[in-house]
Design a binder for this molecule. Sequence first.
Ligand code: CP
Length: 317
Amino acid sequence: MRYFTSVDDIGPLDVAVKEALEVKRDRFAYSHLGRNKTLMMIFFNSSLRTRLSTQKAAMNLGMNVIVLDVNNGAWKLETERGVIMDGDCPEHLLEAVPVMGCYCDIIGVRSFARFESKYDDYNEKILNQFIKYSGRPVFSMEAATGHPLQAFADLITIEEHKTKKRPKVVLTWAPHPRALPQAVPNSFAQWMNAAGYDFVITHPEGYELAPEFVGDAKVIYDQDEALRGADFVYAKNWSAFADPNYGQILSKDRAWTITSEKMALTDNAYFMHCLPVRRNMIVSDDVIESDRSLVIPEAANREISAEVVLKRLLESL
Ligand code: CP
């Protein structure tokens, strides 16, 4: 595996999950792989879980790690080619990326959707420049349209907790005060479809995700109907994808917040969220604190999904 940006890069999911559970049983079994190898983690946006879990995964594999917060201590980067650089960006991404590639063996990139151009966001303009110009294996630590390390961790978590071969998994939109990207729901949908679960997406009208991510999922606009009989409820906010409202907030309706009354409609479902989460906007205190909440096991499995991905990238060197 040379790149990891979507479910298509990881191969058969049953093999990937089996590998993840093996790594989880002995996370230092491959510590020889990363000896004298350097991971560079580039952050254009803030992070708690991705930064810590990916660094821990790299350490498990024996790697050295360099972390760069582009917005804190680095030269501000111009990303548009052809721009006369007489503004506040002293360096261009087209020089900075190959320079970063000189100092490492593998590069991880976090770069959210900017909501300035749907075309640029959905063509993964920043991530693809690292793939094109760094000369190194590159993996997404959440990009404009996807968060595959999160979705892989979510899949591992569901596989560890499911009690039936094909559980009902519901992805539900929930309200949030700020406009968030579609990356997490896109990837979650992509990975749940690939896993072959009974997968349902529910959201208010206007919040339809891109068809290539929705795939064969059932879309139900009535949240209560969607939640009935669910085994797993995955709550997440996202902004509108469809034109002309791309990146906009269309609703803050707290009737969509996941509460114990909503969870009572399910088949004693587990509650999931990628974190960070806005309590009592996305989910009520009692649901996230309940013994059916998987938010901490999901976060713990971020170390495992990152370790499998880094292991495979190291094996490709
Ligand atoms: N879930 C997730 O990616 O968390 P961070 O934004 O803290 O990395």
